[in-house]
Design a protein. Structure first.
Length: 324
């Protein structure tokens, strides 16, 4: 029995390849370099497959990592991902979609900018058992994939008004909403200030007072909180009992609120125009998924995909502690 050891798995579990070949080094090396999956001229070896499996399972506890259904599902995810990646790269090459070194460097810099220093960035890669060059190539693929999907999505036509209305009529249940109120507020950290502001809003513009005195983030927008549904924020629920235009003072864990109810709407179904953009996004997502499935089917039909099921099944997960 031979083991593929991964630093990321220390103390949790390690991946074991059971080839039925004993501990012969030459046999082990021969089998570990055998293709698990081959897509056209792209090859995923047993060793590469095992490393990916280890990375996918590394955050699971030992019992879950050994569960046959978990292992099988994870193996299939890896294989599918490799097939899609291979087909994507081939299609990108055939359609002259490339990522220049300059574009890749810019993207690398964007990611690095999220970390205080290069050491922190590389430490994260080490935790994922990735070298910088491996991560860079994965990023290159991400950019290629993005370019390919953009090409595919450009084929998708926007829904017509009739299609939007049909979707709305057939999905009214999902557009139901509770009673709601549109509110504006001024939040203070002192009760005395809140008392004074409640008096001032009777003669001065509420929005201007909010901009000047509110400590809440929406203060810069005149204190406009927006629409609040019944039951969403418990300390706002009493406001539903009052009339439009009423100014109420309430206390919450965030401070002392002077709140004005500007509009009220009963429970019901949102008007189509109000949810139009939501419907368009849903329809576009459906069409983009359908376009991807059609594209993937066409690529599979025109490509040569081979998988060694016996070798795939021979790769199993075994657990052991640091003391084993």
């Amino acid at each position: 029995m031979e083991f593929f050891k991964s630093p990321a798995l220390t103390g949790l579990f390690i991946l074991s390849l059971l080839f039925g070949l004993g501990a012969c080094t030459s046999s082990y090396q021969k089998v570990s370099s055998k293709p698990v999956v081959k897509v056209n001229d792209h090859v995923l070896t047993a060793k590469e497959f095992s490393n990916l499996l280890a990375r996918k399972l590394k955050d699971l506890d030992a019992l879950t990592a050994k569960d046959p259904s978990t292992v099988h599902r994870t193996k299939e995810e890896i294989i599918r991902s490799f097939i899609v990646k291979s087909l994507t790269l081939d299609w990108a090459r055939a359609n002259s979609l490339v990522v220049t070194e300059g574009d890749l460097d810019k993207e690398v810099d964007k990611y690095r900018a999220n970390y205080p220093d290069d050491l922190s960035f590389r430490r994260l890669l080490a935790q994922e058992n990735l070298s910088f060059s491996e991560w860079r190539e994965e990023l290159r693929y991400t950019l290629i994939e993005r370019a390919v999907f953009k090409k595919l999505n450009d084929r998708v036509k926007a829904p017509t008004d009739a299609e939007i209305k049909t979707y709305y009529d057939e999905h009214k249940e999902q557009f139901k909403r509770k009673e709601r109120i549109l509110i504006r507020q001024i939040v203070s950290d002192e009760l005395g200030k809140a008392d004074l502001l409640k008096t001032q809003v009777k003669t001065k513009d509420f929005a201007e007072l909010a901009k000047k005195y509110s400590i809440a983030p929406e203060g810069k927008n005149g204190g406009l909180v927006g629409w609040i549904e019944m039951g969403t924020v418990d300390f706002f629920d009493p406001l539903f009992k009052g009339p439009v235009g009423k100014v109420t003072q309430i206390t919450s864990p965030f401070g002392f609120h002077v709140v004005k109810v500007e509009k009220k709407e009963p429970a019901g179904v949102a008007p189509m125009e109000e949810v139009r953009s939501q419907i368009v996004r849903a329809l576009m997502a459906q069409r983009e998924q359908a376009e991807f499935v059609k594209w993937l089917d066409a690529q599979l039909r025109s490509s040569k995909v081979l998988r060694d099921n016996d070798l795939i099944n021979s790769i199993v997960v075994e657990t052991r502690t640091d003391n084993d």
